[in-house]
Design a protein around this ligand. Structure first.
Ligand SMILES: [Zn+2]
Length: 288
């Protein structure tokens, strides 16, 4: 029998979600990610928290809930990021230590020990769906009630207005994860940011995300008909997408644009070379 849970909306069967700046899911004692405030879950029986990925806004109160006896489960690749958010912060800055004003608030948070790897975890009511690209071990969860929690793998249309360059470390993996989401059988999709959408609506959002990636690919390929430095291409893409101009946004864009460059390099559409000790990129033109 499903019952009412304070602060949560029931989506189907006994799968619920807590709407917040970062949505969290709940089914049968398992919380999927956490919102920013642990008071939201007071009185809720939680045995485990499944973490979609190691960005601090997805496990904001995991450490405080763990102190009450909850177990934390995450994909192997994400464990270092969950246990020590400093790793993600340093990774963003080539392992050197950035200053505080350079770091997005989404990466700042309290680290939390992880009790078990996801690949060793099993629950008959929740299926693990690997959705890498946003991070290497990014994972979605599909409940037996047909509710798919996709973390940050899909940016729904509403979110694009504020995030015209969704963070991704691997564009090829991001695209294959979007195609995988499209192939799954579910009733309702819950993104970490934004409103839940139906299976029918999801195709439109997935296609939009893939089209935007293709648009950014084309922008980079066209701009690199003339050789440009990494810094120049970051500036050009950021300006074209009208990104907010500040240090944390700049550093987020650096990672994602390098994700695009790496993918185009792998597809042999662009090349990289060093001149006067600066890194340059250029489109490969087979016509010449
Ligand atoms: Zn994220």
């Amino acid at each position: 029998m499903s019952k009412k849970i304070k602060g949560a909306e029931r989506l189907a069967g006994d799968t619920y979600y807590f709407p917040d700046i970062t949505n969290s899911g709940y089914k049968g004692g398992c919380l999927i990610d956490t919102g920013p405030d642990d008071r939201m879950y007071s009185g809720l029986p939680i045995k485990e928290i499944l973490i979609t990925h190691g960005h601090a806004d997805h496990f904001s109160c995991a450490a405080s809930l763990r102190r009450c006896g909850v177990l934390i489960i995450a994909a192997r690749e994400e464990v270092p990021l969950v246990e020590n958010p400093e790793i993600n912060i340093r990774g963003m800055f080539s392992w050197a230590k950035p200053s505080d004003e350079m770091i997005t608030k989404l990466f700042h948070g309290e680290g939390c020990p992880v009790d078990a790897f996801l690949d060793m975890w099993h629950d008959s009511g929740i299926q693990i769906i690997p959705l890498p690209g946003h991070t290497l071990g990014h994972t979605g969860f599909l409940t037996e009630d047909g509710i798919l929690f996709t973390g940050d793998a899909l940016y729904v249309k509403d979110i694009w207005r504020h995030h015209p360059l969704p963070y991704a470390i691997d564009i090829g993996l991001t695209k294959s994860s979007l195609r995988l989401i499209e192939s799954l059988d579910f009733k309702c999709l819950v993104p970490s940011h934004g409103e839940p959408i139906s299976k029918e609506e999801s195709t439109n959002h997935i296609n939009y995300h893939i089209e935007r990636i293709a648009m950014i690919d084309t922008l980079i390929i066209d701009s690199l008909r003339e050789a440009r430095t990494t810094e120049e291409i970051i500036s050009l893409v950021s300006a074209s997408l009208d990104l907010i101009e500040n240090p944390p946004q700049y550093w987020l864009a650096v990672t994602t644009i390098k994700g695009f460059l790496a993918n185009l390099l792998q597809r042999q559409l662009i090349e990289f070379f060093v001149r006067n000790h600066a890194g340059y990129w250029r489109t490969i033109d087979y016509q010449l």
